[in-house]
Design a protein around this ligand. Structure first.
Ligand SMILES: Nc1ncnc2c1ncn2[C@@H]1O[C@H](COP(=O)(O)OP(=O)(O)O)[C@@H](O)[C@H]1O
Ligand SMILES: [Mg+2]
Length: 256
């Protein structure tokens, strides 16, 4: 199944929220997704209610060659998570941006068959474009780009496009789709940004809008995905629709 990097070079656009909730939406549909927290801020790990020792996190894969499959924790919502740790920030100094180092994650995922026929993988990226994010882009089949309804978030998406163009010239083309997050009904900036994203990205801009919602905001404070926190909420519905659109458009391939 598909390996999805969730990325935007702007922070605070909803990369972690999207990873957590799309993974939860997949689990709700009977899949057993794997989420990888590849951000040294470890927000996905914290949001999942975990605070593991560094040797139990993805840092150990980069630092000590621990197999990724040894680092997987199953969450109560049936999502499998490889957690992160602050120490992961060292990876950007430990490894260089040569092809060999950047391919380590991809190679390990293939060798360990982490993305098998019934395991979609979501990688939560950090906003910096360093070894970690480039490794995620190399490992990924596709890139999902959340953009909040503000102009700087669109710039982040544009910067990412430059990066993806660079990869494509090296034979590493990665399709990407953009969607709007924290959309506010009747809010001028939200509407202008949605209009501009439609113009720029055409069919690569998702029809589904994830609205700014209290349920999503509060679920984070409760260390829960929005489906576990408020199954009938607008937030749960939005992420459910987003997953449906990504599957129906063929962007994400799953066996359900
Ligand atoms: N649709 C939404 N509605 C309300 N709050 C949201 C929504 N999406 C994200 N947030 C909030 O925005 C903040 C930033 O989101 P986060 O996923 O951490 O962004 P990133 O991973 O890109 O830095 C978090 O506090 C999160 O709870
Ligand atoms: Mg994040």
């Amino acid at each position: 199944m598909t390996i999805i990097a969730v990325f935007n070079q702007k922070g605070g656009v909803g990369k972690t929220t999207t990873t957590a909730n799309l993974a939860a939406a997949m689990a709700k549909n009977g899949l057993t997704p794997l989420a990888i927290d590849l951000d040294p801020q470890a927000h996905l790990t914290a949001l999942s209610g975990l605070n593991p020792k560094v040797e139990r996190t993805v840092y150990s894969f980069f630092n000590q060659q621990t197999p990724l499959s040894d680092l997987v924790t199953q969450l109560p919502n049936q999502v499998n998570l490889i957690p992160s740790h602050m120490e992961l920030a060292r990876v950007d100094m430990m490894l260089s941006q040569n092809r060999h180092d950047l391919r380590r994650l991809k190679k390990a995922m293939a060798e360990e068959m982490l993305s098998s026929s019934d395991t979609p993988v979501l990688i939560d990226c950090c906003p910096m474009l360093g070894v970690l994010s480039l490794s995620a882009l190399m490992a990924a089949d596709v890139v999902l780009v959340p953009v909040t309804a503000e102009y700087l978030a669109m710039n982040g998406a544009q910067q990412l496009d430059q990066t993806l163009k660079g990869l494509a010239t090296k034979g590493l083309y990665r399709p990407r789709k953009v969607f709007i997050n924290r959309y506010q009904r009747g809010h001028t900036t939200s509407e202008k940004v949605a209009h501009e994203l439609t113009r720029r990205y055409g069919k690569d801009f998702c029809n589904t809008r994830v609205f700014e919602s209290q349920s999503v905001l509060e679920s984070v404070g409760q260390n829960k995905d929005v489906f576990s926190f408020a199954p009938d909420s607008e937030g749960a519905e939005d992420f459910s629709y987003l997953l449906d659109e990504l599957i129906e458009s063929g962007f994400i391939k799953v066996n359900m």
